[in-house]
Design a protein around this ligand. Structure first.
Ligand SMILES: [Zn+2]
Length: 511
């Protein structure tokens, strides 16, 4: 395995290293009660389970029917009604409830196919209609196979997709059409996915998110949100229409339980962290200030597992921004920074994101990130800014912590993300697309062309590093030397291939 440590600038090689912090394993077991779920709904479920356990199906049916009078499109309750009808020996009624459940957004095909309560109904002719309607509803993509979502440790999805995510999906499809999206649930992540990328790209993306979800829930945020979130991996055209700002690559809107991205790299990791953090804030009944929301989201843009399976947060291009801010003394004093309101925070977003990430990266390296987050959530009532929590865990006034942080920033320096003489180049120019980087042009006679890469190919991996954005490509290629040979995995239309590219020396990236 190649060493993917960032090359430090100057002489701080040993000092840069990686930022490490101990992993605290939070038990992932145990289904949690959904915070958003109404109490009556939870009560209904308990009552029905109790009645069914003592073989009182007719009473359970009455309870469900009563609930459906006021909530006629609740997929879980409709599914339960289908089960109960089957147990009462009414397969037609069971099928009709199953169809309603599907139309209301029921996504658990396994339960429909295998739940023992439905055994008799499945054998009846009326069930053919259930199968047919399900196929129609799933026509935009094949039925999901949970085994194809590797890397997840979640036993199962705790609840079906939320009505909100389902509604957001309908709104998206109404606006942009469904033809280019594969719709499927990612049950273990509690995501409803509308994907414009192909099967391999999506599987890799979901595997990446599963690892991120594990890292976030094991270290800081306890568990993923109970309510499903819609993930849209948008086509370039739809992304263009959706994002007002052409620079914007992703957005999570908690109100809609909707996460839209145009690339599946650091942008998706950033926005998905927002989604999980929002779930935690909602459970706590807190709304953390923007500097904290963005600090957490940016922190998990770049991370990996260390040798002892610990979560290792890595410096990234924002590290370089923070370095320049501090060097030019353009960073904001921490007392002001933590007190910025949302509007003020967003006025210099790029700078503020970089400073926020750097501050928490520093806390992480000092082994205080988890402690700080816990102190923040515990003391949120007295100080929502995070300042007192910082002073508490560092046992120092905020000005003092800031001083030490500034020294640390200067000491660590920047990551190598520029081409210098002697760096290896492939002889291509690229731009980010949803599943990798698109080759916009190929230098005649250059290394990429000699190896057989063409304009229009999409690079998805270099050696063991997945390439999901132009930034990934920049960092991956900036630290390789001329003469090195890279295994480049690429997609040409629907076909994937892997070739060896021997890097040449010079500035082959045409500008
Ligand atoms: Zn953000």
């Amino acid at each position: 395995m190649p060493d993917y440590a960032y090359k430090p600038m100057g002489t701080h090689e040993s000092a840069l290293g990686f930022v490490r912090w101990a992993m605290v394993v939070v038990s992932l077991g145990g289904a949690a009660q959904a915070a958003e779920q109404s109490q009556s709904r939870a009560e209904i479920e308990r009552t029905v389970a109790r009645l069914l356990a003592s073989d009182r199906a007719p009473e359970a049916a009455a309870v469900l029917e009563e609930f459906l009078k006021t909530n006629p499109a609740d997929p879980q309750i409709l599914f339960d009604a289908s089960r109960v009808s089957a147990r009462m020996g009414d397969p037609r009624r069971s099928a009709s409830y199953a169809i309603e459940a599907l139309r209301a957004g029921w996504m658990d095909d396994k339960a429909l196919d295998e739940h023992p309560d439905l055994a008799s109904a499945r054998g009846h002719e009326s069930w053919e209609q259930v199968v047919k309607i399900r196929l129609d509803l799933r026509a935009t993509g094949p039925a999901p196979d949970p085994a194809r979502v590797p890397g997840s440790t979640r036993e199962e999805c705790e609840l079906g997709p939320s009505a909100t995510a389902r509604t957001s999906l309908s709104a998206w499809l109404d606006r942009f059409g469904g033809g280019r999206y594969r719709i499927e649930p990612a049950a273990r992540l509690n995501l409803l996915v509308a994907s414009s990328i192909d099967r391999e790209g999506l599987d890799r993306t979901l595997a990446m998110l599963a690892k991120l979800a594990d890292a976030l829930t094991q270290t800081l945020l306890e568990r993923t949100p109970e309510q499903a979130v819609l993930l849209v991996i948008a086509t370039p055209t739809d992304a263009q229409a959706y994002f007002k700002d052409p620079q914007q690559a992703g957005l999570y809107e908690h109100r809609l339980r909707q996460l839209v991205v145009r690339d599946t790299g650091s942008t998706l990791r950033h926005e998905y962290t927002h989604a999980i953090h929002h779930g935690h804030m909602e459970r706590l009944g807190q709304r953390h200030p923007l500097w904290i929301q963005e600090a957490l989201a940016t922190l998990f843009e770049d991370w990996e597992r260390g040798p002892n399976n610990e979560v290792v947060l890595k410096p990234n291009l924002r590290t370089n921004e923070a370095y320049e801010l501090v060097r030019k003394r353009k960073d904001l004093p921490w007392t002001e920074f933590v007190a910025l309101d949302d509007a003020a925070f967003m006025t210099a977003a790029v700078d503020h994101y970089a400073q926020a990430r750097s501050m928490l990266l520093y806390a992480a390296e000092m082994g205080k990130l988890q402690e700080w987050y816990r102190a923040l959530t515990k003391g949120f009532g007295t100080d929502p800014t995070g300042r007192r929590a910082l002073e508490q865990v560092f046992s120092a006034p905020i000005g003092r912590i800031e001083e030490q942080w500034r020294a640390w920033v200067m000491d660590r320096g920047k990551i190598d993300a520029t081409l210098a003489d002697g760096d290896g180049v492939m002889g291509i120019s690229v731009s980010g697309v949803a599943d990798g980087v698109h080759i916009d042009s190929v230098q005649a006679g250059g290394p990429a062309q000699r190896a057989g890469l063409r304009e229009g190919d999409v690079i998805v991996q270099i050696d063991a590093t997945e390439i999901r954005s132009a930034g990934d490509f920049l960092v991956a290629s900036a630290r390789r030397n001329a003469g090195e040979s890279l295994a480049v995995r690429f997609r040409r239309g629907q076909i994937y291939g892997t070739i060896q590219v021997r890097l040449a020396s010079g500035h082959a990236s045409p500008s």
